[in-house]
Design a protein around this ligand. Structure first.
Ligand code: MBD
Ligand code: FE
Length: 306
């Protein structure tokens, strides 16, 4: 069939078949997506067995809650960021800390504290490297922002996230820190390890067929929010990771790889009550002003809450 014939056929199925008022946005999107699917089937001469294989793949991926992992894996989540970046640039909203994808592993409801938090429960303290990370949250006027919310979450030494990994204590490696009077935050944790897709899951099955790996470099996630400012969703990467610029989720960005310092001076160790050298990262967040016509930076999506 020609594409014009497909367009006419699909309009009959999706639009003309309606006998009650349609939701116009849903109708518009479904019309387009079904037409594009049919055109792909036609152009690639996809066979019926192949189409059913694809549907079964999606059914299984959904049943095992892996659609949120396929989205970053095929670059869909990165693509949505690129579009938001473009929309902001068009409105002259520039100069903020680069955004990067949220990923599927945030959990709402983490413990809150002011200025400082320790993220790790101590269970991996012997095996891991202690990390201190600190900085200032700046507002659109370039001044430090007291009372900003810094939500932080990261993986443990196995690359696993609490809540999804039931062997970890609740909210291990997850906290909300409210910046102090000088706009400062600091946390103590352990240097995380990189994440790998479940080896027997739907996402890895697809990646295998594409000749791709399913690894992420070690990283730390943030939501940073403050009144009058656009919510920032971002991550920093741990410099030196083998996958730093080969992230299966395409989240690595210039400006999000801060220097990681190793500190061993006895006086510094004593001040932190540590007996071994530790890692330290300084990183400031710069927020953009909220803007009435910009697409919202507060993305609605299903999220776990504990
Ligand atoms: C992660 O930890 C993550 O951040 C993303 C984007 C996908 C899978 C695991
Ligand atoms: Fe992650």
């Amino acid at each position: 069939m020609t594409h014009a014939e497909i367009d006419a056929l699909v309009k009959g199925f999706i639009v003309d078949a309606a006998t009650a008022p349609a939701n116009p946005r849903v109708q518009q999107a479904v019309l387009r997506l079904v037409s594009d699917l049919f055109k792909a089937i036609e152009d690639l001469d996809l066979q019926p067995s192949e189409v059913w294989t694809g549907l079964e793949y999606l059914a299984r991926a959904g049943a095992s809650h892996e659609l949120g992992l396929i989205a970053p894996g095929i670059g869909l989540e990165r693509f949505l960021d690129i579009r938001t970046d473009e929309a902001e640039a068009k409105l002259g909203l520039t100069g903020g800390t680069p955004r990067t994808i949220e990923g599927p592993l945030y959990v709402a409801g983490a413990p809150e504290s002011e200025g400082f938090a320790r993220l790790d429960d101590g269970s991996e303290a012997d095996k891991g490297e202690v990390l201190f990370m600190q900085g200032t949250v700046y507002g659109a006027d370039g001044r430090p922002l007291p009372n900003a919310r810094v939500e932080v979450w990261h993986a443990n030494l196995m690359g696993s996230y609490s809540y999804f990994d039931k062997s970890q204590s609740p909210f291990n490696l997850r906290r909300t820190i409210i910046t102090d009077a000088n706009g400062r935050y600091q946390f103590r944790s352990i240097v995380p390890m990189g994440y790998a897709c479940p080896p027997n899951g739907s996402t890895q099955r697809l990646l295998d067929l594409l000749g791709r790996h399913g690894n992420r470099p070690a990283h730390i996630h943030f939501f940073v929010s403050a009144g009058g400012h656009r919510k920032l969703t971002t991550q920093i990467n741990i410099d030196g990771d083998a996958y730093l610029w080969e992230d299966f989720a395409f989240a690595s960005r210039e400006g999000l790889v801060p220097a990681i310092e190793r500190i061993a001076e006895p006086a510094e160790l004593a001040r932190k009550a540590l007996t071994r050298p530790f890692a330290s990262i300084d990183f400031d967040f710069r927020l953009l002003a909220e803007h009435v016509t910009a697409p919202t930076a507060e993305v609605e999506r299903p999220r776990a809450a504990a």
